[in-house]
Write a protein that binds this ligand. Structure first.
Ligand code: SF4
Length: 255
């Protein structure tokens, strides 16, 4: 069985993409995604997480950590392993190319073992069912949506619902996802969906905005330290095509 990573494409912008473009791209994605977050009142998810860590101090509850890839999970694991008994849940049917899916899973597994050895505390690993057809059905009609749009909301729902169900069926105290570490993923939307799934299935969702407090930067450092594979697209074939088109346009501009 594999364990590994899928770098949310956008968590790690491709080499050569300048700061201004990167910021612009992030802003565009945020704008689209924020519309989907139903104008929820602003919340400080990092603060909420810290309050739970304080409440649970010394208890080491069981946490199911849904991960999208090794780079995104690196900081989350380093941060949370001293507070929780963690099982990494690699459930990503959105990675539509099987070789890519397997590669990211293998990297996730390697990171868990190597990081665990270094910090003296490790996580368990569970791989969910790889069923890209399920994702493709959820994304039907939304193939042309830009990343950050409605297709991504469906994708978040699919993965967080599966995580919530698995967490309940296997007696976890909390579940959450590494996805909030990406500056290009909508943390309010992810937290809203996580909360909704938690209420639906009767399991506590651990709020997060892992990019805060230097989390995103630390994930880059850890990715370099462990020489993790960092893909340059999010996961589905549509995001890959979008990335290829962006690269083609950049090359044209620079030629
Ligand atoms: S770009 Fe594709 S893989 Fe990434 S979150 Fe959106 S739907 Fe899912």
């Amino acid at each position: 069985m594999i364990v590994g990573i899928h770098v949310d494409t956008l968590a790690f912008p491709p080499p050569g993409e300048g700061g201004a473009k990167r910021r612009m791209r992030g802003m565009l994605t945020e704008t689209i995604s924020e519309t989907m977050a139903n104008d929820a009142p602003k919340q400080n998810y990092q603060k909420q997480l810290e309050q739970i860590l304080e409440k649970e101090s010394g208890k080491c509850p069981r946490l199911l950590l849904h991960t999208c890839c090794a780079p995104c999970s690196s900081y989350c694991l380093e941060y949370l392993l001293s507070h929780f008994d963690i099982t990494v849940f690699y459930y990503n049917p959105n990675i539509t190319e099987e070789a890519e899916y397997r590669h990211r899973a293998t990297e996730q597994h390697r990171l868990i073992e190597e990081l665990g050895r270094d910090i003296g505390r490790t996580a368990s690993f569970v791989e969910g069912k790889y069923d890209p057809q399920r994702f493709l059905e959820a994304a039907k009609g939304l193939e042309k949506c830009p990343e950050g749009g409605e297709r991504c909301e469906k994708c978040f729902r699919l993965r967080l619902e599966e995580a919530a169900q698995y967490a309940v069926e296997n007696g976890f105290d909390y579940f959450t996802t590494s996805l909030t570490i990406s500056p290009l993923k909508n943390a309010p939307l992810l937290n809203t969906i996580g909360q909704e799934m938690g209420e639906r299935y009767g399991i506590a969702f651990l709020p997060s905005d892992f990019k805060k407090k230097g989390g995103y930067q630390r994930s880059i450092e850890l990715s370099e330290k462990y020489d993790l594979y960092r893909q340059d697209y999010c996961g589905c074939a549509f995001s890959k095509a979008e990335r290829e088109e962006q690269k083609r346009k950049r090359a044209e501009e620079n030629s």
